[in-house]
Design a protein around this ligand. Structure first.
Ligand SMILES: NC(=O)c1ccc[n+]([C@@H]2O[C@H](COP(=O)([O-])OP(=O)(O)OC[C@H]3O[C@@H](n4cnc5c(N)ncnc54)[C@H](O)[C@@H]3O)[C@@H](O)[C@H]2O)c1
Length: 271
């Protein structure tokens, strides 16, 4: 986004890769837009081969093409994380192409690209409640089920789930989204306990309000600006602000960290 926003610094440092994931293979669900796209670019910059598992096939293809053009190894697989056959095909395609799966980033969600309603709790459409749970919760579970057999064979793996600070503090007008992100917290801890003996680490990132939309309108910018003003760092959070936490959890640096929720929000929710 261009232009200075009153009261909020626009500083967002560029981050370059240091090869911390050379030889690793990472799957990013929902890697065609927003935060998932920033994750895919950073994982590739760190040397990983990246599989973009995205519902929006054209967006997934575009990110993969961008990575390949930059010299990285990448594959786009059109995936609906709410569909078991689709998610199983995603894992099979990753193994067929790259031979292993080291990292799964459960990032796909109903949020911005597939939009959610922001309405009082009793006005959430029932179909949207069900879709939210199918994508945000069941999708993460199905993807874990699909990749864990390969990770077990390797005796190594990292699963990183996306929660949200809204799940830690509550957030009105989107109870279905917040409920799904709260579910991810328990999902992460339980999966960490079950997979720890196989040397598979399971962690969670809880971002604050992040300007992930490709074409934000004025209302959204106001909303994110207000959120930024309430943080310690006083600047708007961008997708790139989350990539360092991801690389930490995905790389050997995080090998003894599991079952944790890492809040990355510029100092809003402190615990
Ligand atoms: N932006 C924020 O303020 C914020 C804050 C906290 C947490 N998060 C979390 O970060 C993650 C990324 O969010 P974002 O802001 O980039 O939103 P986004 O909507 O741009 O990204 C979600 C991606 O998931 C894809 N997707 C949706 N349904 C899918 C499905 N069924 N199968 C596969 N892919 C599917 C979308 O096409 C999109 O590329 C989400 O898990 C979100 O809950 C975002």
């Amino acid at each position: 986004m261009d232009g200075k926003i009153e009261g909020v610094s626009e500083h967002a440092p560029e981050r370059s890769g240091a090869g911390r994931l050379t030889g690793r293979v990472a799957i990013v669900t929902g890697g065609g837009h927003g935060i998932g796209k920033a994750f895919a670019l950073r994982l590739a910059a760190e040397g990983a081969a990246v599989v973009i598992a995205e519902l929006d096939g054209a967006a997934g293809d575009a990110v993969a093409a961008q990575l390949v053009a930059s010299g990285a190894a990448a594959l786009a697989v059109r995936t609906d994380v709410a569909d078991k056959a689709s998610v199983d095909a995603m894992a099979a395609a990753a193994v067929a192409r790259f031979g292993r799966i080291d990292v799964l980033v459960n990032n796909a969600a109903v949020m911005a690209t597939v939009p959610m309603s922001r309405v009082p709790f009793d006005q959430v459409p029932i179909d949207e409640w069900d879709l939210m749970m199918r994508v945000n919760l069941k999708g993460a579970w199905l993807a874990a089920c699909a990749v864990v057999p390969q990770m077990r064979k390797q005796g190594y793996g990292k699963i990183i789930n996306m929660s949200s600070t809204t799940a830690l503090k509550g957030s009105p007008q989107r109870i279905h989204y917040v409920t799904s992100k709260a579910g991810i917290l328990g999902f992460t801890k339980t999966l960490a306990l079950e997979l720890g003996p196989q040397n598979i680490c399971v962690n969670c990132i809880a971002p604050g309000s992040t300007l992930s939309e490709e074409q934000p309108d004025e209302t959204l910018i106001k909303f994110r600006t207000a959120a930024a003003a309430a943080t310690a760092l006083k600047r708007m959070q961008k997708p790139e602000d989350l990539t360092g936490a991801l690389v930490f959890l995905a790389s050997a640096d995080g090998d003894f960290v599991t079952g944790q929720t890492l809040v990355v929000d510029g100092g809003y929710f402190m615990h």
